[in-house]
Structure formats: structure tokens, C-alpha cells
Design a protein around this ligand. Structure first.
Ligand SMILES: Cc1cc2nc3c(=O)[nH]c(=O)nc-3n(C[C@H](O)[C@H](O)[C@H](O)COP(=O)(O)OP(=O)(O)OC[C@H]3O[C@@H](n4cnc5c(N)ncnc54)[C@H](O)[C@@H]3O)c2cc1C
Length: 582
């Protein structure tokens, strides 16, 4: 088991730093997703201000101080996580697997891995990294509590040609290749492979190559971050934006990899909608394909672009993509309290199915415990009723927003809403949305010193959400996991449990609660993951969720495209059931 890193199981200084980075990062995400702007989370770089693109608000200034403080926290967390004063020199042998393991797996021996590294150094213009502590960072994530191994080598690529060279060397020696981009995925997606692996760091391929304003699309490299893309459009006074909004720092390649979404999904859909018009991919055999041309529509055969959305880097490495863009539309914010999640959800369903439904850009549910945590944490200026609360963003012209607000208010009161506030100005909207954006930090702060959080996501048909929330809260209380709060993209039936805990000893209890939650969601005709993806953490649920034959189809596609199984093995596809041949 040499080389295994039980991520998150020991609280070393580094891990505290990583945890701090994660928490700060997640808070930044709340801020970002809440306000749609002004924040940039750089994975290994400075944290700076930028714009996410959907909507600007003059009231942004009113939150600058809070942002500055939180950005400071984030910077501190990131710095302590990734800055090592004197990196311990570790010999390459310590990150290359022993030869006999290679025989077991069919992958390259340690000698072959060494030869491959030498070839990579000769072949690439980009950097080839063999420093052991950096490889641990590349191979593990503070956001995931699943076991991970360091990579044998990491390469920073600059072009599709670079990626082809890496894949050809990996193919020659049969070494697993793992794409790494924004590194914000949450289920061990890019962890290293125990027998040895090459990590391809795509983050340098971050250029926007072409903008076609009239056509409403742009072409970019896969390492471009969604916030940067929106900032570039804003800087150029182009009134368009890319509406898929996952974690801060996420890149186009990683977003395609995980089939992500975010708060905007209720209005704009997910990465699986047609926001990616085509992708350029380096296949496991080293060939480069482009899945489609730039036309908005095409009915030429089946959709090969989709094959790579949610494939988590197991079918090829995406190097470029054409993104469809949406017009920037003004927004306003509303907030309402409800006596139960059930009433809140039924109100949301009615609004979304009404003629004003298309004017709802985001609907977020914060449960009563989250509201209590917000009050207890004291990060906002006033106290709120401790009840299940909806935060909404309405979009459109002034007239349509006013009309939608009236509809929303009427529907809410019919469904027993106990209080409703609609912000009539942008300043008021930003102030109100602050409550939503303090959600995660409030969970941590209210949990007390040393609180850590395991974030998980599931998704069910919206009508089944109240039952899921009710049963889950009962189960968490019975398990003694009383520091948990719930936040949901309620318009999509997608919900996140932020399970607070303090010690490693609690991890089996937390993990068991996540397991039960996933099974509960699947039993309600839902999914083990609405937006975070499968990685290592959720793959065991695919047989249950999709059925044996669907999983076999996935494995057949994988085997056809990647017969050597070199693209991110061990992720996404569940292990074979006992007695199965694969
Ligand atoms: C604070 C925070 C908030 C978040 N909020 C959301 C949210 O609201 N919605 C949501 O959906 N997710 C959310 N996430 C999860 C995460 O942001 C998404 O999963 C995101 O899509 C990952 O993108 P990335 O660039 O970080 O990918 P990475 O983590 O680098 O990689 C993800 C997967 O894609 C593969 N991959 C990466 N690049 C490529 C490529 N070029 N070609 C092929 N495969 C590739 C990797 O091998 C890996 O399997 C959040 C995460 C954090 C930390």
C-alpha cells in the first residue's frame, strides 16, 4: 500500500491548510454563486477579483469589505495548503510503484515509468514535475475523504500537440493518464493511480481563442476557467455570458468531465444541455478528433460531444471547446420563509410551471438548521426566522420582474409562506443575497472550533425532495450528526448535505450517513449525484442507480475507446460484481 495518502484522515498542518483552503474556497463559491460576480478562486495562484458574468450589481461595492476579508481567508488557506517552506526532497523511487505491482495490474513496471518520464522530458516544451510533495498535491484533494495515491509524474501542457505526445508515451508504456484542471471536483476524481500515473495539468491551456459575438459563441482551450471567460466578455463590453456556474476555479475541461451545473441550472440547464457545441479531444490512441462544427444545430448521427460530458477524463482529454453563450439579463432577489420544506417545494413547483417560470434564474433552499446556523454565526447584520427559507433570483426586464414578483408572492402566500421580502433595488438585492452566501461559513462557524465538513450531493424529482429532506434529517439526528445543514438547488431537486464533524473517528459514521442518503435518493427515483460527478466516491452506486445492463454498456464503450484502460482508470465505472468477467 506504499504511496497511499488517506486524504483528510489525519489533521496535519498541511491538511488543516487544505481544509482551510477548501472552506474558504467553498465560502467564496457561496459568495460567487450568490452574487454572480467579483470573485476569482485560483487553484494555485493569487486570489483576485473578477466577474462571473451573469449580472452586475452596483451594490457589489457594499460587499467589498466582506469579500476582502473572505478573500484574505481564502488566500491564507490556499497559501498554507500549498506553500511548503522547505519541500523535503524525495527520491523518484518513492513515488514510482515497485515492479511486481505493475505485473499485477498489467500497467508499466517502475523501470518503464522511469523511461517514460525521460521521454516526457525530451518530448515536451511544458514542465515535467517529479517533486514528490507536488505529486501528492496533484494526486489528492482536500475536498474528498476518499483514499488517494500520488501520481508518478505531472506534466504542464500548453497545446493539443503536447497532450498528444503525453498520450502516445502513456500508450507506449501503458501508464494511466489523469487530466487535472481546476482541481475543484469533490469525489476523488483526479487522484493518482497506485501502480503509477501521469497527471496532465491542463490549467496552462486557458486561452479564449475566438469570440463570435454575432453567433453567440466562443472557442477556448480546455483549461480556461468559466469566471475568466465571463470576465473577458465583460471587459470587451460583450453583453453575453456562459451560464454554467460550478465551483470557483473550475475549468471548461473539468466541467465537461464532471457534467457539472450550479445555481443557474434551473434557468439554463446543465453541462449536458447544448452549451458545449463541440469539443476537440485527444483519444487514448493519440488521435485528435473534433466532435462537431460550430453550427448551433446538427443532426449528423449521434452526439459524440455528449460522450465526453461526464466521462471524467476516462475516454479522452478535451483540449478545446466551442461554448454557446447567453445574453446577460438583469436580476432581482427575493426571500421567503415557509413552515415546512414540503410547502416551500410545492410553491417552487407551481411557480416554475407558471408562465412566469422562465423568469426564475435561481431558487435556493436553506433549511431551518441552516438559518439557525446563520443566526448563531452572526456573520450577517440581522437575525432571521428559523424556518425553511427560499432565496430566489428573478430575471428579465423591469416590467417582467415586477410581474414575476407579484406571481411569486401570490403563489407563496397560497402555500403558507410566513414572510416574504422582495428587494426592489439592486442594493437591497445584494444585501438580501448575502444571507444565502454565508451558508457554508455559517455552518462551520456555528459548528464550533475544529468543525470539518463532508459535502455531498444527490438529486431527486422535485416532488420527492420534501420526503428526502425529511427522512435525511431524521437519519442524521439519529446518527448524532447534529452539525449538518442543508442547502438545495431546489428548482432542480438537487440538494447538498453539509455534514459537520470534528474528528477522524467520526468519519465512518459520516460515510455511512452519506451511503444511506444516496440509497434513499435512488429509491426516490433520483441519482447519487446531481452535479458533482462520480469519481471514486460514488461509483459503487451505479449498478443500483442505472442497472447492470446500462453499466455494462458504459463499460463496453470505455473498452472500445480505451482498450488499454489508460484514461483515468478506477474512476466512474463501478468495480465488476463478483463473478463478472470484465
Ligand atoms: C467550493 C466548491 C463549490 C462547488 N460548487 C459546485 C456547483 O455548484 N455545481 C457543480 O456542478 N459542482 C460544484 N463543485 C464541484 C466542481 O467545481 C465541479 O465538479 C467542476 O466541474 C470541476 O471542474 P475542474 O476544472 O475543477 O475539474 P477537475 O477537478 O480538475 O477535474 C474533474 C474531472 O474531470 C477530468 N478532467 C479535467 N480536465 C479534463 C479535460 N481537459 N479533459 C477531460 N477530462 C478532464 C478530471 O480527470 C476529473 O476526472 C464545487 C466544488 C467546490 C470546491
Amino acid at each position: 500500500m506504499r504511496g497511499r495518502v488517506p486524504v483528510g484522515l489525519a489533521v496535519s498542518g498541511d491538511e488543516l491548510g487544505l481544509l482551510s483552503a477548501f472552506l474558504s474556497g467553498y465560502l467564496c463559491c457561496q459568495l460567487l454563486q450568490a452574487q454572480q460576480g467579483l470573485l476569482e478562486f485560483k487553484h494555485r495562484g493569487p486570489v483576485s477579483e473578477s466577474y462571473s458574468g451573469a449580472n452586475t450589481s452596483s451594490s457589489a461595492k457594499s460587499t467589498t469589505v466582506a469579500f476582502a476579508g473572505l478573500l484574505g481567508l481564502a488566500a491564507l488557506g490556499i497559501a498554507s495548503a500549498y506553500w511548503r517552506p522547505h519541500p523535503t526532497p524525495v527520491h523518484l523511487d518513492s513515488v514510482i510503484a515497485p515492479a511486481q505491482q505493475a505485473e499485477d495490474t498489467g500497467y508499466a513496471s517502475s523501470d518503464e515509468v522511469r523511461k517514460a518520464i525521460e521521454e516526457l522530458k525530451k518530448a515536451l516544451r511544458g514542465e515535467v514535475i517529479t517533486d514528490a510533495s507536488t505529486l501528492v498535491t496533484y494526486g489528492s484533494s482536500a475536498n474528498s475523504y476518499h483514499p488517494a495515491s500520488p501520481h508518478s509524474v505531472a506534466v504542464r501542457v500548453n497545446s493539443t500537440d503536447d497532450v498528444v505526445k503525453v498520450v502516445n508515451i502513456a500508450k507506449k508504456y501503458r501508464i494511466p493518464v489523469v487530466a487535472y484542471s481546476g482541481a475543484t471536483s469533490l469525489e476523488g476524481h483526479y487522484s493518482g493511480i497506485e501502480s503509477g500515473s501521469i497527471c496532465i495539468d491542463m490549467s496552462g491551456m486557458d486561452k479564449v481563442l475566438e469570440i463570435h459575438e454575432d453567433d453567440g459563441d466562443l472557442v477556448c482551450q480546455a483549461g480556461a476557467r468559466w469566471e475568466d471567460i465571463n470576465q473577458i466578455l465583460k471587459d470587451k463590453d460583450i453583453p453575453l455570458f456562459f451560464p454554467i456556474d460550478p465551483g470557483p476555479g473550475a475549468t471548461i475541461g473539468g466541467m465537461i468531465g464532471t457534467g457539472c451545473s450550479g445555481t443557474n441550472a434551473v434557468r439554463y440547464g446543465t453541462a449536458r444541455a447544448e452549451w458545449f457545441l463541440n469539443v476537440t479531444v485527444v483519444l487514448p490512441n493519440g488521435k485528435v478528433i473534433k466532435t462537431r462544427r460550430r453550427a448551433r444545430k446538427s443532426s449528423t448521427g449521434f452526439d459524440t460531444t455528449k460522450l465526453f460530458i461526464g466521462a471524467e477524463g476516462t475516454l479522452g482529454i478535451v483540449t478545446e471547446a466551442t461554448l454557446r453563450l447567453a445574453p446577460v439579463v438583469p436580476t432581482k432577489v427575493a426571500m421567503a420563509q415557509f413552515p415546512t420544506v414540503e410547502k416551500a417545494v410545492s410553491a417552487v413547483q407551481e411557480i416554475l410551471n407558471s408562465p412566469d417560470g422562465p423568469h426564475i434564474q435561481c431558487v435556493e433552499l436553506l433549511d431551518d438548521r441552516m438559518m439557525a446556523a446563520i443566526n448563531a454565526a452572526g456573520l450577517v447584520s440581522r437575525s432571521y426566522p428559523v424556518s425553511d427559507t427560499l432565496f430566489l433570483k428573478l430575471q428579465g426586464t423591469n416590467e417582467s420582474i415586477q410581474q414575476t414578483a407579484t406571481t411569486v408572492q401570490n403563489i407563496f402566500s397560497r402555500h403558507g409562506s410566513t414572510a416574504f421580502e422582495f428587494a426592489s433595488s439592486e442594493d437591497e438585492a445584494a444585501e438580501m443575497w448575502e444571507n444565502r452566501k454565508y451558508a457554508l461559513m455559517s455552518t462551520i462557524t456555528a459548528g464550533g472550533e475544529g468543525t470539518r465538513v463532508w459535502t455531498t450531493d444527490v438529486c431527486v424529482p422535485v416532488s420527492r425532495l420534501p420526503e428526502l429532506v425529511y427522512e435525511t434529517k431524521k437519519d442524521l439526528a439519529k446518527s448524532g450528526l447534529n452539525k449538518t445543514t442543508i442547502v438545495g438547488h431546489v428548482g432542480d431537486g438537487n440538494f447538498h448535505a453539509l455534514i459537520g464533524f470534528n474528528s477522524d473517528e467520526e468519519l465512518p459514521n459520516v460515510s455511512a450517513a452519506v451511503h444511506r442518503l444516496v440509497h434513499r435518493a435512488i429509491a426516490l427515483d433520483g441519482t447519487c449525484t446531481g452535479e458533482h460527478g462520480v469519481g471514486v466516491g460514488k461509483k459503487e452506486y451505479l449498478y443500483d442507480e442505472l442497472g447492470e445492463d446500462t453499466v455494462e454498456l458504459m463499460k463496453t464503450i470505455k473498452a472500445a475507446i480505451d482498450p488499454l484502460n489508460i484514461m483515468n482508470p478506477g474512476k466512474l465505472y463501478p468495480d465488476d460484481k463478483p463473478g463478472k468477467g470484465h
